[in-house]
Design a protein around this ligand. Structure first.
Ligand code: TXA
Ligand code: MG
Length: 312
């Protein structure tokens, strides 16, 4: 059910869960003031309780009011990238943020999204807890239709059209004496060079059973179809190919284009739509053309496709 801003404000203030657009992906929002609504997000998504949620606000002063101490260069990062697709993990005063949101960690991820309607919403509701608006493990939702696919036509969605970026925010935390990237996202690592004076190291998976970013533990972004890569695959076995406009693939296959090899922004915007399309078309398996660049946003695109291909 598509709803307007006023209705979204009312529902959130009345402890309901609402899907909300951001520039990255749609989020499932609950007010930080309503524990029952936060509980509901975990059950709606089928999300493990060990996977904490990002708190979204409309102003950096809100973040400062929750934090214990701000790491070096926090202000510079905030000024350069907020509102925008950056999430910073910060140590917080745990009495101010329910442990349900933090999965008992002493830290919280914060973000100021760059979306006019959602900033207007946050101004009225105060902080919103907001994971991506998809069933746990599935590709994120980048349009109202995707949200409805996962949660039904009656689920309230604040309609903001298609998400501009199509990939989640880049997550950073401060470790020892440096910022590091815990999740690749819409902001490429090189974007931080001019602000920090260095490119943050990317630490995606550790062997530890307690990774820095709990989301790394769980299967992600995956359609039902098996995704196959590489030249050694016998593609006579698959009827779907995911590839690029410029390339020529066997005509008898169902070819779904991610976009142009010259335009990683376009590919990022389309990625989850394409993965969801495989399910809509009831694909069993698809071969993915992974012969694309490795720099910048392509690195995130490759990581998402690789995660989506992992067997449960
Ligand atoms: O672009 C985005 O970030 C979207 C939009 C809606 O803002 N949100 C999003 O949320 O992707 P979610 O819940 O799907 O992913 C949040 C990730 C999870 O992998 C979680 O483990 C990690 O952030 N995270 C949250 N709090 C954390 C914390 N305190 N320490 C480490 N990782 C944390
Ligand atoms: Mg997610």
């Amino acid at each position: 059910m598509r709803i307007h801003l006023d209705e979204a404000i009312q529902l959130l203030n009345d402890a309901h869960v609402v899907a909300v657009p951001t520039e990255t992906v749609y989020g499932l929002a609950a007010s930080l003031r309503h524990l029952s609504a936060i509980e509901q997000i975990y059950s709606l998504k089928g999300r493990p309780r060990a996977n904490p949620m990002i708190v979204h606000v409309n102003h950096v002063d809100r973040i400062k009011s929750f934090s214990l101490e701000l790491p070096p260069q926090f202000n510079e990062l905030a000024l350069a990238f907020w509102p925008g697709p950056m999430t910073l993990i910060l140590p917080v005063n745990t009495s101010l943020i329910p442990s349900l949101v933090r999965s008992d960690l002493p830290t919280v991820g914060f973000r100021i999204p760059k979306h006019a309607v959602t900033l207007a919403l946050l101004k009225e509701t105060g902080p919103l807890v907001m994971p991506s608006a998809n069933l746990s493990g599935k590709p994120s939702a980048t349009s109202p239709e995707h949200v409805e696919e996962d949660f039904g036509l009656n689920f309230p969605v604040l309609d903001g059209g298609n998400c501009e970026k199509g990939l989640e925010s880049t997550i950073l935390c401060y470790q020892k004496d440096r910022w590091v990237i815990l999740r690749l996202g819409s902001l490429e690592p090189a974007a931080f060079l001019s602000v920090l004076g260095y490119e943050p190291e990317v630490i995606l998976k550790t062997d530890s059973s307690k990774p820095l970013c709990p989301g790394q533990l769980f299967r992600h972004y995956a359609p039902k179809a098996k995704l196959l890569f590489g030249d050694s695959i016998d593609i006579s076995e698959v009827s779907f190919i995911i590839g690029f406009k410029e390339r020529i693939y066997p005509k008898e296959k169902r070819i779904i284009h991610l976009g142009s090899l010259l335009n990683p922004n376009e590919v990022a915007e389309n990625l989850y739509k394409v993965l969801r399309q495989l399910d809509q078309e009831k694909a069993q398996a698809a071969w993915v053309d992974m012969d694309f660049p490795s720099d910048g946003l392509w690195q995130t695109i490759r990581e998402r496709l690789t995660r989506a291909s992992e067997i449960k």
